[in-house]
Design a protein around this ligand. Structure first.
Ligand code: IMP
Length: 192
């Protein structure tokens, strides 16, 4: 079964391919404006636009880092935070903003939308809880991974192997639920 993943992010595409083994996953960027008020709205907007263009089963995600001390920022604006700066600089800026924070609680959130031609849309939201580290650690992953510390594993996401990150990530949790919906389609003649 062919599924389009509406994203141009290579890291995310690899994650999706790893989880959806046995499916043909094709990455396609969507040019829609991410102007929704929630991760769910943005994910749905992206998936719908790409599904309508290709008339093919499409999934899309919208994710972000939410930090309690910063009232949920950068949140929906995680990608646009300090636009044109490198992620190293973005991470450094967040560490500076957090220098007096007593509460370093944070979470990654992901909404995944699934749009199927002539069917209802499905959106799932999932989180990964953690804390903002005291400095940058690790070189793996992408985005804010080097400052996102997961107490259970005593390391940041950037210190984890991609296999471990992909096992516990916010995106993994949401994709696992979406995959159940897609697996259920397999019995239908029109999709198999
Ligand atoms: P978007 O979902 O592509 O709009 O991503 C929003 C922002 O959140 C981007 O700046 C990403 O770098 C960041 N982000 C999303 N998921 C992750 C992750 O798993 N690790 C680190 N940063 C992430």
């Amino acid at each position: 079964m062919k599924i389009i993943f509406a994203s141009s992010n290579e890291h995310k595409l690899q994650e999706v391919k790893e989880i959806f083994k046995g499916y043909e996953i094709i990455g396609e960027s969507s040019d829609v404006q991410e102007d929704g008020k929630t991760f769910q709205e943005n994910a749905l907007k992206k998936a719908l636009a790409v599904m309508k263009k290709n008339n093919c089963i499409t999934i899309a995600d919208d994710s972000g880092l939410e930090i309690k001390f910063l009232n949920g920022a950068p949140g929906l604006y995680s990608a646009r935070f300090l636009e044109n700066k490198s992620y190293h600089e973005k991470c450094e800026k967040i560490l500076e903003m957090m220098k007096d924070a007593s509460d370093r609680t944070a979470r990654f959130s992901t909404a995944i939308a699934l749009c199927i031609p002539n069917s209802k849309n499905i959106v799932e939201l999932a989180h990964l809880n953690g804390v903002i580290a005291d400095k940058i650690y690790g070189e793996n992953g992408f985005g804010y991974d080097p400052i996102f510390y997961v107490p259970q594993y005593k390391m940041t996401l950037a210190q984890m192997s991609s296999q471990l990150k992909n096992k516990i990530s916010h995106r993994r949790k949401a994709l696992d639920i979406i995959k159940l919906h897609i697996d259920n389609l397999k019995g239908c003649d029109c999709y198999s």
